[in-house]
Design a protein around this ligand. Sequence first.
Ligand SMILES: Cc1cc2nc3c(=O)[nH]c(=O)nc-3n(C[C@H](O)[C@H](O)[C@H](O)COP(=O)(O)OP(=O)(O)OC[C@H]3O[C@@H](n4cnc5c(N)ncnc54)[C@H](O)[C@@H]3O)c2cc1C
Ligand code: SF4
Length: 352
Amino acid sequence: MGSERVVVIGGGPAGLAAAAAVADVGSAVTLVEWAPFLGGTPIAENYAALTPNMESAEVAMGRMIDRVTSNELVDVRLGSQVAACEPDGHGFRLELSGDGAGPLHADAVVVATGFQHFDPGRETQMYGYYEFPDVVALQDLEAMLKDHHVVRPSNGQPPERICFVQCVGSRDRQIGNEYCSKVCCGIASKEAIEVRQQLPDCKVFIFYIDMRMYGYWENQIYWPAQEQYHVQYVKGIITEVLQKGDKLLVRGEDTTMGRPMEVTMDLVVLSVGMEPSLGTRLMAKTFGVAQNKYGFIDAAHAPLDTVSTSRPGIFACGAALGPADLEDSVSSAAAAAVRAVAHARSHQPVGA
Ligand SMILES: Cc1cc2nc3c(=O)[nH]c(=O)nc-3n(C[C@H](O)[C@H](O)[C@H](O)COP(=O)(O)OP(=O)(O)OC[C@H]3O[C@@H](n4cnc5c(N)ncnc54)[C@H](O)[C@@H]3O)c2cc1C
Ligand code: SF4
């Protein structure tokens, strides 16, 4: 082990994987997380089961957290963030604020500050997220599934008909998010399966523009959702959700049949996309690294180097780089960790 230190910012799946990988190869690592707990969005948003194996998110993330907190090479600073970064010899001098305040030397930095869910209140279409209690988002349903208590928020009763509306806040030129968020087709299908497991009498529909299942998810989630759990996929565009009596009226167009569509539902779930988190935007500024037009950190040498930023010595991984599932997030974390350790050990001059 050398005397080098890598600082990882963000204690979600990517940051935990990066910190563990840095320690595995014998370098010291400080993990800076501004929340009072580790685990990232899957813990903060109370995810139920994770794709593709439906393991409890809490159990799976608990394993990752233990691996990091039990390693003596890892120094965890919760409730802390990097307030400033200055060049410092071959590395950087970071100023931490919050619970772990004070200066810190880093020979290399990995930014793993993740994403936030698209706010459906910004949607140009009329989905009524803030108007109607029975219009919820993917993460709201995750929390209900985790508690085994899927109910209509308006009356506390289990729903008989649920629909998912895909691509909310993604693939939308009007709001400037032209990109596909990659995970929401799979996550909606996974949640649809969980609903059918917990409420076998509930009818579940997914309204989609086109289904974009990611790699093996096609076989692991999409076909089982249809064939085993009888989730009904309807190709269509939803333009409006209205309250009608104690039901929700969902309006749009069935694009396969080429005709207008009006259906009533008890619960509408908006499949919101991924946007850069506030922390990702802040850290990009603090470290002076380039962002793409959506605010995610730019991988400066993509496609063959996906973790280097525009500033030597600063690497990024996970959903801070753009929409990513867990497998992508931990894979890029391992790559960023190796590059950060190599950089820290090489004593290359870093950019100012
Ligand atoms: C509803 C939903 C369900 C999902 N379920 C699955 C699934 O089942 N399977 C799957 O593969 N993927 C799933 N995903 C995707 C998965 O959530 C992401 O791939 C994963 O969380 C990305 O990990 P990350 O560490 O990059 O980011 P995050 O999980 O967002 O973690 C980022 C961490 O950084 C911290 N942070 C942010 N800014 C700062 C700062 N400035 N200073 C210090 N700390 C900071 C945050 O507090 C957080 O702890 C789901 C996504 C959604 C929307
Ligand atoms: S993954 Fe599916 S729901 Fe998400 S943006 Fe892409 S096509 Fe739309």
